[in-house]
Design a protein around this ligand. Sequence first.
Ligand SMILES: [Mg+2]
Length: 217
Amino acid sequence: MYDAVVFDNDGVLTERTDRDVLRRAVRATFESFDVAPAEDLLDDFVAGVSPSRVEETCARLGLDADAFWRERDAQFAEHQCRATDRGQKPAYDDVAALDELDVPLGVVSNNQNATIDHVFEVHDLHRHFGTWYGREPTMESVRRKKPEPYYLERALADLDAETALYVGDKATDVQAAHAAGVDSMLVRREHNRTVAPEQMPTFDVDSLHAIPPLLEK
Ligand SMILES: [Mg+2]
């Protein structure tokens, strides 16, 4: 039994955004600073980019890192919201399991606030959650993203939860849960069948339907 269940979004509640959409968002970001980015630079900034990588790249190109990142997140939100509107970011069928959970629920995502908000609007997901966090479009938020437990700890405080389950699809989700001192669940989808986190998740499952029975114990 847990006081709360907190979810990652991408790859857990809704499908991940197409890599091509994210690459277009990175390209648009560089182009708005009059930089024609090399292909490998596009890949570097698609996801999982570290704050030091952003700072290094901006220093090399003579760009202000804060302004660059604000534009990067704005482009990401715009491109992902449009992809969602085109039906390219569907919710997984097993989000139906959320209806069966009668403890407070939350969301902690490394995606932008603006993206999460729009995705939840489109898929009618807001109604499930007592609290949710994406990232603000700042470099500070990049330093605080998972595997850092910063936003997860805030969500747990909002939900007044001492015990909780954090449900994700990546090793960094398991790490964040571990760092926040709560249990973790890795949900296996097509994209993460072979992921082998260094820290073992408390539960390794292939559907969100595995959650309701855990809360009955
Ligand atoms: Mg994810």
